[in-house]
Write a new protein. Structure first.
Length: 471
């Protein structure tokens, strides 16, 4: 161990100071990444089943047909979750299991799986936290236009109601969408996620329709819950920070644009009921206008009880190319993220815990909605020791530093109410296939054996010590 690799130092578990008794501790997963059973009990293909078959789309052509086989090993996995001592489990429902094809009535067998999962969680006193949409759009809806088509928002609200009607008497915590930025920009602009389309204008139409779908679903769920049923309703966004490389006007402008496209484009309509003017002007430079219709913004700004924050890293931005130009080949302003000399994860993502504190304080200031960290964690190239243990000191350090960053944000006034580690176990990491391991539990895909990594034991002990200290 030397001074240049502080992230590899083994951290002892200690109580996190300043956490209130009701602070939620959880682990998170999503359906397509863990369930497998892709063609069982009436489930139809989602855009990810299709995308995985496109040559070159996913590392080694991998897919979620089996994944962690969670569909068949669910009781054992809930046992694992309970053993960690977390109070909350965030998972997503597979739309093509519950409403195959994306239209029409619910599929009872699909719902049964989630009812059994909720039974198992109840038995062990773990609170279920449902995400309705974690990227697995039924393929038929993509064939009809996907998220760039307005109708998909209405289809989503109908599906959300099928799920809520079946499970809402037992589940109080509902997240509509996971990371609409990724669905829209990675799926319809960059083309690196399903459905793999590449059109900037379509991606922006997808942004609006995702937000509209969230709004329509939220208002219907709220109405169905009425005043008697407990409900904590929200959306999860992937958020980072944008820091200017220098104090130049060009770099500050680049940060304004990055923050606009990554954060304010979503939160301004969700919380304030309007799109940010400066971002609309930036989009106009690209010849793009959002397809907003009357009443949309009122629906989108249905009150949020909680904002889910997925944080992995912040970034440094420059407003010039490496040659110093402020415009690109199309004459558009340059927004360039600049790599820093910082420790990185196996995703090559910079490790920036201090920027999580900054992000949370900024959200408190700009939007004032209570937050929960619905995902935070890291991929590292784990080694299995001769005794079978997984000494992942780098992941433990990542979690420790980010949990400390949350505690600091709380101390400085941010209303952060929970922290969920991504992820419970190694799983299908989208375009990276099974190559990148984010789990605090190791999965041996050949045998489906689960092994607690050292980070899982550290997390379990940290939660226990923190609870003991606040009792
Ligand atoms: C987030 C996704 C999650 C996982 C992590 C690493 O963007 O929500 O499914 O892939 O990144």
């Amino acid at each position: 161990m030397n001074a240049t690799t502080p992230q590899a130092l083994v951290r002892p578990a200690v109580a996190v100071p300043g956490m209130p008794a009701g602070f939620r501790w959880g682990v998170a997963t999503s359906a397509y990444q863990i369930e497998g059973a892709a063609a069982e009990d009436g489930r139809t293909p989602s855009i990810w089943d299709t995308f995985c078959r496109v040559p070159g789309a996913v590392v080694r052509g991998e897919h979620g047909d089996v994944a962690c086989d969670h569909y068949h090993r669910m009781p054992e996995d809930v046992e694992l979750i309970a053993g960690l001592g977390v109070d909350t489990y965030r998972f997503s429902l597979a739309w093509p299991r519950i409403q195959p094809g994306g239209r029409g009535p619910a599929n009872a067998k699909g719902l049964d799986f989630y009812k059994r999962l909720i039974d198992e969680l109840d038995r062990r006193n773990v609170t279920p936290w449902i995400t309705l949409y974690h990227w697995d759009l039924p393929q038929e809806l993509e064939d009809a236009g996907g998220w760039p088509a307005r109708d998909t928002a209405y289809r989503f609200a109908d599906y959300a109601m099928l799920a809520y009607e079946a499970l809402g008497d037992r589940v109080a915590h509902w997240t509509t969408l996971n990371e609409p930025w990724c669905s829209a920009m990675l799926g319809y602009d960059a083309g690196v996620h399903a459905p793999g389309r590449r059109n900037f204008g379509d991606a922006l139409h997808a942004v609006h329709h995702l937000l509209l779908g969230h709004g329509l679903a939220s208002s219907r769920i709220r109405e169905a819950a009425g005043s008697t049923r407990p409900l904590e309703l929200g959306i999860t966004l992937n958020l980072g920070t944008a820091t200017p490389e220098t104090d130049s006007a060009a770099d500050r402008e680049a940060c304004r644009r990055a923050d606009g496209m990554g954060r304010r484009l979503y939160l301004d309509p969700l919380v304030h009921g309007r799109y940010p003017e400066d971002v609309l002007a930036d989009l106009a430079l690209h010849g793009v206008e959002l397809p907003v219709q009357e009443g949309d913004l009122a629906a989108i700004s249905t009150p949020l009880d909680v904002l889910g924050v997925n944080f992995y890293r912040g970034a440094l931005f420059s407003g010039t190319t490496e040659d110093g130009a402020t415009a690109d080949a199309d004459g558009l302003p340059v927004t360039r993220s600049v790599p820093r000399d910082l420790p990185r994860t196996a995703m090559d993502w910079e490790i920036t815990p201090g920027e999580l504190t900054e992000l949370l304080l900024g959200l408190q200031h700009d939007y004032g909605v209570p937050t929960v960290i619905t995902e935070n964690g890291a991929a590292f190239d784990d080694l299995v020791a001769a005794d079978g243990s997984v000494p992942d000191a780098d992941r433990t350090a990542y979690l420790a530093d980010h949990i400390a960053a949350v505690a600091e944000a709380r101390e400085r006034g941010a209303d952060v109410r929970g922290y969920f580690a991504w992820s419970l176990m190694d799983n299908f990491e989208w375009a990276y296939g099974y190559d990148k391991r984010f789990g605090i539990v190791r999965v041996d895909y050949a045998t489906q054996a689960r092994t607690l990594k050292d980070s899982a034991k550290w997390y379990r002990d940290t939660i226990r010590l923190t609870r003991d200290a606040t009792r």
